[in-house]
Design a protein around this ligand. Structure first.
Ligand SMILES: *[C@@H]1O[C@H](CO)[C@@H](O)[C@H](O)[C@H]1NC(C)=O
Ligand SMILES: *[C@@H]1O[C@H](CO)[C@@H](O)[C@H](O)[C@H]1NC(C)=O
Ligand SMILES: *[C@@H]1O[C@H](CO)[C@@H](O)[C@H](O)[C@H]1NC(C)=O
Ligand SMILES: *[C@@H]1O[C@H](CO)[C@@H](O)[C@H](O)[C@H]1NC(C)=O
Length: 350
């Protein structure tokens, strides 16, 4: 009998069944590496083509007529806040919305409290304005000079279709609660089938949650956190800056620029996001059909009090007493609870 090992190993002619099996496995592994791995890598690297769009100014909210293009939301707060949103006339009378040539202010009432008539025992007067116009896409440039903060507050600058929520989606551009020391939160809320989990993103912000579906994480949405000076006292100390949100089929991205770092193309009213560098938040359309999840959006600016979010984390935020008690009895605590805006410029791709 010939000892197999004495034959040249590299000649298939002398291979036994076991050798053939081993060779088969090796070939299969190589095929997997050569074919499957690149597919997986390509999948992990999928990223939309955010190539330059040519934007033209479509709408401008500015000057003394700033609030004319908004409706004042009245009635029961959908977020269960301890707040009475007042109509336009009452907002003017209480000076809760005020617009001059250069600035638009939206604030929480500080005039009523314990012993006054009316008082704030069932909620404090505040404002929620919603743009009369609805949008289907665009580049939104917000000049934000002052953000509201303080125990009990839940301010937001956002977009949604209130009558078709969450079907038509929600885009939160600026949001914070209580002392706002955690920085700005940028979040999407949608129906099923929109996530940013495991997809490539190009952004400087930190990922909070990745499923945008309102039925997950108690409707926390898929959020991105900005640095601590992107909202609240430290943001206001430098007169804020420019906040931009681009919404297109390829994805939704947001940027924040300090006053001394505003791109020249924004100042020149010829904004080109493709030249701005990495966004603060990036929600690519990789696993989220942006065109079908976001429609008919109004721009909303409001200051809620307590409610699902600020109320929910009130004690954790290091705030005194409980939220509703504090809001009802401390009118002077809301002096910093105001938005101050420059212009809002809305651009559409040509
Ligand atoms: C209304 O509010 C604005 C902005 O805070 C302020 O400049 C203005 O003096 C106020 N007007 C009155 C009548 O209080
Ligand atoms: C768009 O949104 C507004 C405000 O929520 C709503 O009144 C209107 O019915 C919506 N339009 C469509 C076509 O859904
Ligand atoms: C999510 O939206 C659906 C309506 O589509 C609603 O019935 C449900 O209560 C919402 N869930 C949360 C937590 O808001
Ligand atoms: C909040 O605090 C007030 C005053 O201490 C108290 O009367 C009230 O019951 C508290 N409410 C809740 C919901 O804890």
């Amino acid at each position: 009998m010939v000892y197999a090992g004495s034959e040249p190993w590299w000649k298939p002619k002398y291979w036994r069944k076991r050798t053939w099996a081993i060779v088969g496995v090796i070939v299969a592994v190589i095929i997997v590496i050569v074919v499957v791995v690149p597919v997986k890598v390509a999948e992990a690297n999928r990223y939309p083509n955010y190539s330059k769009l040519n934007y033209a100014l479509a709408d401008e909210y500015s000057g003394t007529t700033f609030f004319d293009n908004f409706d004042y939301f009245i009635g029961y707060d959908p977020a269960q806040g301890f707040v009475h949103y007042v109509p336009k006339e009452q907002a003017a009378q209480l000076n809760l919305t005020y617009a001059s040539e250069s600035t638009a202010v939206l604030k929480v009432d500080t005039s009523v409290g314990p012993g006054s008539e009316p008082d704030a025992s069932t909620g404090r007067f505040s404002v929620r304005v919603e743009s009369k116009r609805q949008y289907e896409s665009g580049l939104f440039i917000f000049d934000v000079k002052h953000t509201p903060f303080g125990c009990g507050t839940w301010p937001a600058l956002w977009l949604t279709d209130q009558n078709n929520w969450p079907d038509n989606g929600e885009i939160d551009v600026m949001e914070a609660v209580n002392q706002a020391t955690d920085g700005n939160q940028m979040t999407l809320h949608t129906t099923k089938g929109c996530t940013v989990s495991g997809v490539k993103r190009k952004m400087t912000g930190s990922t909070l949650k990745t499923n945008c579906y309102n039925g997950t994480d108690d409707n926390a949405g898929c959020g991105v956190g900005g640095p601590s000076d992107s909202f609240g006292e430290s943001y206001n100390d430098v007169q804020g800056g420019i906040v931009a949100m681009e919404w297109r089929d390829q994805g939704i991205r947001m940027w924040q620029f300090g006053r001394d770092a505003v791109p020249a193309d924004i100042t020149a009213k010829q904004p080109d996001p493709s030249s701005w560098g990495e966004a603060a938040a990036d929600f690519p359309n990789t696993d989220c059909n942006v065109a079908s999840h976001f429609r008919n959006q109004s721009i909303i600016a409001n200051i809620d009090l307590c409610g699902q979010y600020a109320g929910g984390v009130y004690a954790q935020s290091g705030c005194p007493s409980n939220c509703t008690d504090y809001v009802a009895n401390n009118p002077s605590a809301f002096e910093n609870a105001f938005w101050e805006f420059g212009a809002f410029e809305i651009y559409q791709a040509k």
